[in-house]
Write a protein that binds this ligand. Structure first.
Ligand code: SAM
Length: 483
C-alpha cells in the first residue's frame, strides 16, 4: 500500500500508486481547466517572507507531463522559466566529475563498468594520481567536484573513498582549491554515510536508475546493486547518517519516462515527509553508448523535446531542488534545458579514470571511459558560452560551508535573500575564475558582466562590501570571500 512516510521502498515508491497516477494523468491530460488550476497552484507567489512556490504533487505534475497540447507545453515552459528566474536567477553552478576507480562487482547491463566487461581496462587512482588529477582540475578553475567510483568492497572500500576525499581537500595549488566534494558512490550503510558526512562531503548523489522494481532487478542481475529495497532506501540511511544534501536521479532510457517521473517525485515527497527536507538536487542523465553497451538494446530512449518537458515539469514540481545536467548532453540540448530549470552543469569533463592530468584540452583518453561525452568543450569555452547566453557561471560553494544545508538552504530561498547572497557569491567566484584561469576573451566578457550584475545586489551595504571584495580579488590577491 502507498505510504509516503513509510521507510519501506515498495510503500513509498508504490507501483500501484504510480500506475494509478499514470491512469489519472491520461484521463485528465485534456482537462484544460484542471491544467490551469495546477499551473496556478505552482506559480511563484509573493508572501510576507519573500517569494514562495507551492510545488506540485506527483499526480498533478504527471498531468502536465502527459498533456500533449502545444499551447499547454508553452505555458509549462513559461512557468518553469518564471520559477527558475525567481530562485536561481541567471546563475549556473559549475562542477566536474572525478572518476576514482572503475573496478566494479555489479553487472548493471547499461554500464560499461559491469564486472563481465573484459574490453575495459580496470584502473584505480593512487593518492599521487588523485593529487595530479585535482591539480589539473584546479588549473582549469574548478572548485566543486563530484567523485565517481564503481562498487567494489575490495578495491574501492569506504576507507579508499575517504582517503581520496581527504587528499582532494588537502591540495592547495597556486590559488586553486576544491571547496566542495560531492560523492556518487553505491548505496551503503548508515555507518559509512556517517563517515562520509564527517569527511565533509557536499551532496551524496545516488541515481535510482529506474524506479520500476521488475526492470530494476533485470537491469541489475547480480551484485549488491541487485537489491532494489537497499538501493531505494539509501537516501534515508544517508540522512540518518547526518547527510542533509542528497541528490536523486534516474537514468532516462532504461524504462518508461512517465513512470520514472512519477517515481522520482514520489521519492522527493517521501524525503520531505520523513526528514523534513526534499532532495538538494535532481539529475537527469540519459543513457549513452559506451564500451560493451549498445543503445539498440534499450528501447525507452526519449527525444530532446520530451526531455525538455521533463526538465520543465521537474522545475515546476520541486522548485527548491537544484537540477543538474552533465556533458552526456550536447551543447544544443544543454542550451535548451538551461532556461527551463537546470541550475548546475559540468564543464570540461572527462569520464575516464585519470582523464585530466597530462592531457591537453583536445586529447581525450577513451580506454577507461564510462560513456561517450557529447559536450566536449573546455571549461573556458563553456564559461564563455554561458555568459554569451546571458547566464552567470558560478563557482560558489558558500552554502554548505556556511552550514546552509538541508532545510536551512530552503529557508534562504524562502526569505528572498538569494539576490543578496547567491548573486554576489556567484560574481565573486566568477571573478576568481577570470583572474586566475580564463582566456583573455572570456575574461573581457566576464568583467563586463560583473560590472553590470553587481548593481543588481539589492542591499546597498552588501553591494558595497561585494564591490570591495571584488577589488581585493582582482588587485589584492585575496580569495574565497563569501556571504
Ligand atoms: N557506482 C555507483 C552506483 O552504483 O550508483 C555510481 C557511479 S556511476 C560512475 C554514475 C552513474 O552513471 C550511474 O548511476 C548511472 O546512472 C550512470 N551510467 C552508467 N552507465 C551509463 C551509460 N551507459 N550512459 C550514461 N550514464 C550511465
Amino acid at each position: 500500500m502507498y505510504d509516503m512516510r513509510s521507510l519501506k521502498a515498495e510503500e513509498f515508491i508504490n507501483d500501484e500508486e504510480i500506475l494509478e497516477t499514470l491512469k489519472y494523468a491520461d484521463e485528465h491530460k485534456n482537462d484544460l481547466a484542471l491544467i490551469d488550476e495546477i499551473l496556478e497552484k505552482a506559480r511563484p507567489k509573493k508572501t510576507g517572507r519573500g517569494v514562495e512556490c507551492a510545488g506540485l504533487s506527483h499526480r498533478e505534475a504527471s498531468v502536465l507531463l502527459a498533456c500533449e497540447d502545444t499551447a499547454v507545453t508553452e505555458k509549462v515552459f513559461a512557468l518553469a522559466r518564471e520559477i527558475k528566474e525567481a530562485f536561481y536567477g541567471d546563475r549556473i553552478v559549475m562542477f566536474a566529475p572525478l572518476y576514482l576507480s572503475n573496478y566494479c562487482v555489479n553487472k548493471c547491463v547499461y554500464c560499461p563498468y559491469h564486472a563481465q566487461n573484459k574490453e575495459i581496462p580496470r584502473k584505480k587512482l593512487t593518492q599521487d594520481e588523485v593529487r595530479d588529477e585535482v591539480i589539473a582540475l584546479q588549473d582549469m578553475g574548478h572548485k566543486r567536484l563530484a567523485i565517481e567510483a564503481g562498487e567494489d568492497p575490495v578495491n574501492n572500500p569506504i576507507e579508499y573513498i575517504l582517503e581520496c576525499i581527504n587528499t582532494i581537500y588537502s591540495i592547495k595549488h597556486k590559488n586553486g582549491a576544491i571547496r566542495r566534494v560531492n560523492v556518487n558512490i553505491a548505496a551503503t550503510t548508515v555507518e559509512n554515510y556517517k563517515k562520509l558526512h564527517d569527511a565533509g562531503i557536499g551532496t551524496y548523489i545516488l541515481f535510482q536508475e529506474t524506479y520500476h522494481k521488475e526492470s530494476y532487478e533485470k537491469l541489475h542481475p547480480a551484485g549488491p546493486k541487485h537489491n532494489y529495497a537497499y538501493h531505494t532506501e539509501a537516501m534515508d540511511r544517508a540522512m540518518e547518517g547526518g547527510i542533509d544534501d542528497v541528490g536523486l536521479g534516474v537514468l532516462f532510457g532504461l524504462d518508461k519516462y512517465r513512470y520514472e517521473f512519477a517515481g522520482i517525485l514520489m521519492h522527493a515527497e517521501h524525503l520531505e515527509a520523513v526528514h523534513g527536507v526534499g532532495p538538494h538536487t535532481i539529475s537527469v542523465p540519459r543513457l549513452r553508448k559506451a564500451s560493451d553497451i549498445d543503445l539498440k538494446d534499450f528501447d525507452n530512449g526519449i527525444d530532446d523535446d520530451t526531455f525538455a518537458k521533463i526538465v520543465a515539469c521537474i522545475r515546476i514540481a520541486v522548485p527548491y531542488t537544484g537540477m543538474i545536467i552533465s556533458t552526456r548532453e550536447s551543447e544544443a540540448c544543454r542550451e535548451k534545458v538551461l532556461g527551463l530549470g537546470v541550475s548546475q552543469i559540468s564543464g570540461g569533463s572527462r569520464t575516464s579514470v585519470g582523464g585530466y592530468a597530462g592531457y591537453t584540452p583536445d586529447e581525450r583518453p577513451h580506454d577507461t571511459e564510462q560513456f561517450d561525452v557529447s559536450d566536449q568543450r573546455s571549461l573556458d569555452e563553456v564559461v564563455k558560452w554561458l555568459m554569451d547566453l546571458g547566464y552567470i557561471p558560478s563557482f560558489c560553494t558558500a552554502c554548505y560551508r556556511e552550514g546552509r544545508t538541508g532545510d536551512r538552504f530552503m529557508a534562504l530561498c524562502k526569505v528572498g535573500q538569494i539576490q543578496n547572497c547567491c548573486h554576489p557569491n556567484a560574481l565573486m567566484t566568477l571573478q576568481e575564475y577570470l583572474t586566475d584561469y580564463a582566456s583573455p576573451e572570456t575574461k573581457a566578457v566576464g568583467e563586463k558582466l560583473i560590472e553590470r550584475e553587481i548593481l543588481n545586489v539589492p542591499d546597498e551595504k552588501r553591494r558595497q562590501r561585494a564591490i570591495d571584495y571584488l577589488n581585493e580579488i582582482k588587485n589584492g590577491g585575496k580569495r574565497d570571500f563569501r556571504f
